[in-house]
Design a binder for this molecule. Sequence first.
Ligand SMILES: [Zn+2]
Length: 276
Amino acid sequence: MSLTPHGFPLLLTFDLDCETMWTARDPEAHKRPILMSQGAYGWKVGVWRVMDVLRRYGLRSTFFVPGQVVEAHPEVIEALLKDGHEIAHHSHTHRWIVTLTPEEELEEMEKAQAAIIKATGEAPRGWRSPAAEVTPYTMDLIKQFGFGYSSNFFDDDSPYLLRIRDEVSDVVELPFRYINTDSPYFQFSKILPGRTITSPPQVLDTWSWELDTLHAEDRLMVLACHPEFIGQPSGAILLDRFIQHALTKPRIWIDRCDRVAEALRPALQAKLGAAA
Ligand SMILES: [Zn+2]
């Protein structure tokens, strides 16, 4: 039986990192205009093409956006909101959490929170780490900032309630894995040694096999993409064809993370109660 009344949840999520993808790695990156332009592709071209694909099917998604990007591109945020998408927290500068002091971590949370509230009129409901890392303090902040969900961990194919300092919280974890992200296949740069570009049809096969299995097992699927990669011409065709494949499945529910997390929480809490 499905965990939600709406069927199998498929979450198409997008991390709109733009230039922070590079400045987070190296604060001096802003002195390298061609490197920075690989990030600018996200807000100039990629995000608009992703929006076009989603609009074609009337779908709503979640965009995790660093506070700096929210502040720099109000026109993008406005367009995303107009199409009914969710803007979620993805740090302020995208700096890697394990390199930060607790004070800096708090500042990252606060600044992006303020930027999102200013741009959308609402506090973000979910959080995704800028580089797939957390500290024990991050977990406290997830609770302190009142997030309803987190989409960070790689340890399950089903949603669960996040444990924070050994206590089960009401924060719904929407886990994913690198195989269901776009960067390992498409993030090519001369400063990232060893990367190659994968053929999009191969990735379509991979994601479709993932979906077929997860759907058959009645779990959930979180696809985590970046408009800088999936928003390229062949990436948009890949996204479109993956959506077409997903729509052939019975009881498929493609929606924003906040709505899916709200729908999942009662079932997860009941499951926990039954196991106690
Ligand atoms: Zn990111």
